[in-house]
Design a protein around this ligand. Structure first.
Ligand SMILES: [Zn+2]
Length: 71
């Protein structure tokens, strides 16, 4: 389990599905939060070269949780 606050960059594998806080070059975008899914990679930004993704809260994607009947 990656710790809360662990930091990632574009191209890194997403270690856990959940909410990540994204920091951009402040000239082009304010900090914001996104949901990222395990098994994907953190994407590059269209507007800056150095976004950073910080794990805020891990949460399983509903379709990977065994309790639910998902197609
Ligand atoms: Zn950016």
């Amino acid at each position: 389990m990656a710790p809360i606050g662990a930091q990632f960059k574009p191209g890194d594998a997403v270690p856990h599905s959940g909410i990540y806080r994204v920091t951009h070059d402040p000239i082009h975008a304010q900090e914001h939060e996104v949901t990222c899914l395990f098994g994907k990679h953190f994407p590059p930004c269209r507007g800056c070269g150095e976004p950073r993704f910080v794990l805020v809260r891990a949460a399983r994607y509903v379709e990977t949780q065994d309790h639910f009947k998902c197609a």
